[in-house]
Design a protein around this ligand. Structure first.
Ligand code: FES
Ligand code: FE2
Length: 343
């Protein structure tokens, strides 16, 4: 391990691209989305049609600009009214700043790049985005083109160290025990893991034939050209997961470390809906999306309940002593962690 887990968490954040949002989550000028990272806030903001990502700090004296998790509003600081518009910082009473050059004031921005309609942000990524994503890029492009927008946003804290939460999301072994009435009802089969560099995908057919049939029957309500007929869970090293049943909606999850190596994970999950066939389909499927959002929230509460039982000291990047076949993606994740630590 490096000197401290703080270096490990912050280093992974600094060295990688992170999936920030889908283009259709911030369609209107003023739309914003806030994430908490080990290095502080990260805000994506629609600045008159251009997306910009910055650290949420005002260039004047560093007050936080946005408070909510997501919403719409001007990028105006509530302290002294500095604002950001069309790529420029606007300073009230600018004549009062005769002794300095306020025209050089800038937001602390992140680097941006697109994979299809998914926006990625990076502080100092070691690789180009497509190099980091490898074969996962084509999959993300296909998914991205089929997403219409955000249906739900659920953000909070998991009281555990972030790799504990990530590893929980990487193995289906716990489903029967922890999610008997939610995810467990799909009766997911063993399926297959695909490893794409440090990223991975699990494709699992549904064992529940009744649900399988029902979901097949809904296909005609969607205007999509991609979707796996079953359950799919994508892991993007280090902090992001995307899961979906039949490609009708996608749950985009982040497990960002808290600052300072704390035993806390900044968790968020967003439900992104796929394009619907028509207005009638939208009306018919509204209850399905609402129930999916509710079930997802329940699933993450159940996950939190078990993750908080695992102290930070129980985790290390060493191989598992007793790995089940269904825990193979944990071995892959720990290998990627060791790879970063040795580099
Ligand atoms: S700190 Fe933002 S305007 Fe002063
Ligand atoms: Fe789970």
């Amino acid at each position: 391990m490096p000197d401290s887990t703080t270096d490990f968490d912050a280093g992974l954040f600094r060295d990688h691209w992170h999936l920030a949002c889908h283009r259709n989550e911030l369609p209107t000028p003023g739309d914003y989305l806030r994430m908490r990272t080990p290095l502080g806030d990260l805000v994506v903001f629609n600045d008159s049609g251009e997306l910009v990502a910055f650290d949420n700090l005002c260039p004047h004296r560093g007050a936080r600009m946005f408070d909510g998790e997501a919403g719409n509003g001007p990028a105006t600081c509530r302290y002294h009214g500095w604002s950001y518009q069309k790529g420029r910082v606007i300073v009230p009473l600018v004549e009062d700043f005769a002794g300095c050059d306020t025209s050089s004031a800038r937001l602390n921005t992140y680097r941006l790049d697109w994979c299809g309609d998914f926006l990625f942000v990076g502080l100092a990524p070691r690789q180009g985005l497509y190099q980091q994503l490898g074969e996962a890029a084509a999959l993300l492009e296909n998914i991205g083109f089929n997403i219409a927008g955000r249906i739900d946003l659920n953000a909070g804290s998991f009281h555990c160290y972030w790799p504990v939460a990530v590893e929980n999301a990487l193995e289906p072994y716990h489903i029967a025990m922890v999610h008997p009435d939610t995810l467990g009802t799909l009766a997911l089969q063993a399926g297959a893991n695909h490893y794409l560099g440090s990223n991975s995908v699990w494709y699992a057919p549904l064992g529940n034939e009744r649900v399988n049939k029902q979901l097949h029957g809904l296909r005609r309500h969607f205007a999509i050209d991609y979707g796996y007929d079953g359950y799919m869970s994508i892991y993007l090293f280090p902090f992001t997961m995307i899961s979906s049943t039949f490609g009708y909606s996608y749950s985009l999850q982040h497990f960002f470390p808290a600052a300072g190596g704390a035993e806390e994970t900044h968790f968020s999950s967003r439900l992104l809906g796929a394009h619907l066939a028509n207005e009638r389909s939208a009306q018919l499927l509204a209850p399905l999306f609402a129930s999916t959002a509710g079930i997802n929230r329940k699933v993450f509460e159940e996950d939190h309940e078990v993750c908080r039982r695992v102290p930070k000291s129980s985790w290390s990047p060493a191989p598992l002593a007793y790995p089940a076949a269904s825990e193979a993606k944990i071995a892959h994740f720990r290998q990627s962690c060791r790879g970063w630590l040795e580099s």
